[in-house]
Design a protein around this ligand. Sequence first.
Ligand SMILES: O=C(O)C(=O)Cc1ccccc1
Length: 242
Amino acid sequence: MVSEISEQLVGYLGPEGSFTQQAALQLFPAHQQGVRLVPISDIPLLFDQVATNAVQISIVPIRNSTNGYVQPTIDQLNKQSGSNKLIICGETSVKVSHCLAGKRKEETQQNPPTSKEYNFQHIKTLKTHPQAWTQCQRFLEQALPHTERQQADSTSQAAFEVSQDSLGISAAICSELAAKRWGLDILANNIQDDPDNETYFVVIRQRHGKVLVEPVGAVPLTESTSLLPVDLLTPNKLLDSS
Ligand SMILES: O=C(O)C(=O)Cc1ccccc1
């Protein structure tokens, strides 16, 4: 008996509140019937899950306007290119505005916060996806130059981890959506160096896989428009605009 897929599963770099979820929602709006967005914990797993048909599509970050290619994605593209099983069927982009999110320091009558500046002295550890450090370099050098940095698999994973910190001494660099989703206070917003900071995402699926619902507004991949490294655009490699 052949089992028909009644619901299309679309993986994105989770948990909820990531920039990749914003890209996934752009491509598969929330009200769309027959599609379910599934948070997946890291980039290699997003590729594996498509390759095994555990999800039919994955959305992965590939490049940022400030600091270039997302290396784990490039590594996976190179790894998968030999098998010819997966293709990239479109691209999209999201404007990326980061905030610093954590627990606000208790305010006392004697120590009210000044109007715009919050005191970050209680923040001992910063967490985020590696791409975000260099997108927020100026702010971090000025406001938190000596704070310990810990890497997370995504910006929203960093927000989730900070939400579990009962001492309130860590902070995440993430979207405002992630801060809200995981119950954090926004300690500073728009902390990225470039106000036009933007990240590009690609849509991955199996070359011969069944896709019930096509992504909305995805830019098709062509040699002239693609954001991908040229050596990955050669025929018979992973990429295909068809
Ligand atoms: O999707 C996310 O939240 C990520 O962690 C990847 C990322 C990191 C920095 C900017 C945009 C996307």
